[in-house]
Design a protein around this ligand. Structure first.
Ligand SMILES: Cc1cc2nc3c(=O)[nH]c(=O)nc-3n(C[C@H](O)[C@H](O)[C@H](O)COP(=O)(O)OP(=O)(O)OC[C@H]3O[C@@H](n4cnc5c(N)ncnc54)[C@H](O)[C@@H]3O)c2cc1C
Length: 357
């Protein structure tokens, strides 16, 4: 039931919320996640499911989609509710201390909320050249969801950040040829990613190269690139262009929730508390001195948020969860007992989406 009272509700079901869900179950709270996308995984599934991730503890190398699967398995081992395809529009704390969560489908009630909404909506930055809009999805892309779509293709990658270099590296083994251009004389990408691309078969054209013209009727055929300082132009036969020149941050409805914001992010303290009692935040959506936008740091933050939320709901409960070894067994046994006593739905999960019941 939508307006049953939950202990912890996560806004978002990206990697950070998924890890938070695990802790919520371990700490014996009733938890729910609401995400506007139709699948869990946030940016990992929406932007780079087939990219390798190298900087998650315990995994020297793992595909984003595989990490999502593992995190989902960890997150959903305890009774929970997952609402997919549902956008959170408003959060309000009532005088009774209940958080009312209004979505495009209805109202949810929770004692606490952990906002793990990432960057809000992903809106890729676009360049202004004729034809580009018509060719979106027909050779012009802003992310790489399936590697097989790029097998044997001539690809132009545009951008100097981590995402652009990640895409060059992941496409290099499957593409016929990759040309990678960047318009500045510095990269914001990690030095190691730049080194790997330089040492690969990718043709890296830097600095000051930009896209001037894109040709094609049903699909991209040719792209003219220009070196803006010398005026040199090259015409490339291209099957796909991957633009990665950044994202526009659009917090959307989050801006109206009465949370203190700092440069398009939610300000939190060292317990991941926002300025509204009972509302916590973690992951890419938050800011504090020293913040890093990484999966690993987001997971640390959400562990802090959930354990503090537990203590907020039950002040006698310790903030520290202790070691997982014995807690895990205990949690499994307690949840089983609750299910047997009819206190909790014995089915471990309720997943719902736009087309679901
Ligand atoms: C190309 C690329 C490569 C990257 N590579 C790495 C890497 O190698 N290692 C690394 O550590 N990090 C990497 N990152 C960064 C990493 O993806 C983010 O740090 C991570 O996804 C943050 O997780 P999150 O759960 O905070 O947010 P997200 O993954 O953005 O998930 C947020 C979720 O909240 C949902 N949401 C937002 N607003 C609402 C709303 N109002 N209602 C309902 N749902 C909502 C969204 O739909 C989304 O599913 C990379 C990023 C990109 C773009």
């Amino acid at each position: 039931m939508e307006n049953e009272l939950y202990d912890i509700t996560f806004v978002g079901a990206g990697p950070v919320a998924l890890y938070g869900m695990y802790y919520a179950g371990l700490r014996m709270t009733r938890y729910k996640a609401i995400d506007m996308l139709d699948e869990v995984g946030g940016g990992l599934m929406a932007l780079y499911p087939e990219k390798y991730i190298y900087d998650v503890a315990g995994f020297p190398k793992i595909l984003a989609k595989d990490l999502t699967r593992q995190m989902q398995q960890q997150a959903t081992q305890y009774p929970h509710t997952m609402c997919l395809g549902e956008k959170v529009l408003d959060l309000k704390r009532t005088d009774e201390g209940i958080i009312e969560i209004t979505t495009d489908r209805g109202l949810h009630l929770s004692k606490t909320v952990v906002v793990c909404a990432g960057l809000g909506a992903y809106i890729p930055k676009k360049i202004d050249v004729p034809n580009i809009q018509e060719l979106e999805g027909r050779g012009v892309f802003y992310s790489v969801r399936r590697l097989r779509d790029f097998h044997g293709k001539n690809i132009l990658v545009v951008g100097g950040g981590d995402s652009a270099f990640d895409y060059s590296m992941m496409l290099e083994p499957v593409a016929a040829k990759i040309t990678h251009i960047h318009r500045n004389d510095f990269f914001s990408a990690h030095e190691d990613s730049v080194r790997k691309v330089r040492e690969s078969s990718v043709e890296l054209l830097v600095p000051f190269w930009e896209v001037k013209e894109i040709e094609g009727d049903d699909w991209v055929k040719r792209v003219t690139i220009v070196q803006t300082r010398t005026g040199e132009e090259r015409v490339l036969d291209i099957d796909a262009i991957i633009f990665n020149i950044g994202f526009l941050t659009n917090l959307g409805p989050i801006e109206q929730w009465g949370l203190t914001l700092d440069k398009n992010a939610i300000a939190v303290d060292s317990r991941m508390r926002t300025n509204v009692e009972g509302i916590y935040a973690a992951g890419d959506i938050v800011t504090y001195d020293g913040k890093l936008k990484l999966i690993s740091t987001g997971c640390g933050e959400v562990a802090i948020a959930v354990n503090n939320a537990k203590n907020y709901i039950h002040p006698k409960a310790k903030v520290s969860p202790g070691h997982s070894t014995d807690k895990h067994e205990l949690a499994q046994q307690r949840w089983a007992k609750k299910s047997a006593a009819g206190e909790e739905n014995p089915t471990p999960s309720t997943t719902r989406n736009k087309t679901g019941p």
